[in-house]
Design a binder for this molecule. Sequence first.
Ligand code: FEO
Length: 169
Amino acid sequence: MISEKLQEAFNEQINKELYSEYLYLAMKVYFQEQNLQGFVNWFDVQVQEEHAHAMGMFDYLNERGGKIDLRAIEKPVVEGNTPLEIFEHVLRHEEYVTSRINHLMDVAEEVRDRAAMHLLDWYLKEQVEEESNVGGVLATLRLIGEDKHALLMLDRELAARTFVAPVIG
Ligand code: FEO
């Protein structure tokens, strides 16, 4: 059985992962409007990853006999009007998610739930990867500046990203 405090923290994080899915879906709309199909694909993969993150916690809570409490998902607000500004927002958002997973880990430590800590280790590693991946695109966008040709080359590169269902835990 999982402690009530940890159960609450997991329910809160399931909501945040679903919000992330929703936020990236909203960002996908921006790139669809710009007709940058490689970026659209990148966000498509991101949306699927966030869904998998949410479901990983959903399934885990269920497996541990916890009570799942689904909450309202906020309307997503995309900050920025250029690919560079939007990726700056993605990085800020991922850094925020990392801080929330760290909080979850703090709660798991507090209630001495080693099984949950093991699961959260996976999420922390995933966050390192996410931040690095986003940081890479962001660095390229900074180099590109106003160069439309270079932006189209990056778009082509992002079209190659594929979703691989993660094995969580
Ligand atoms: Fe689920 Fe991008 O963190």
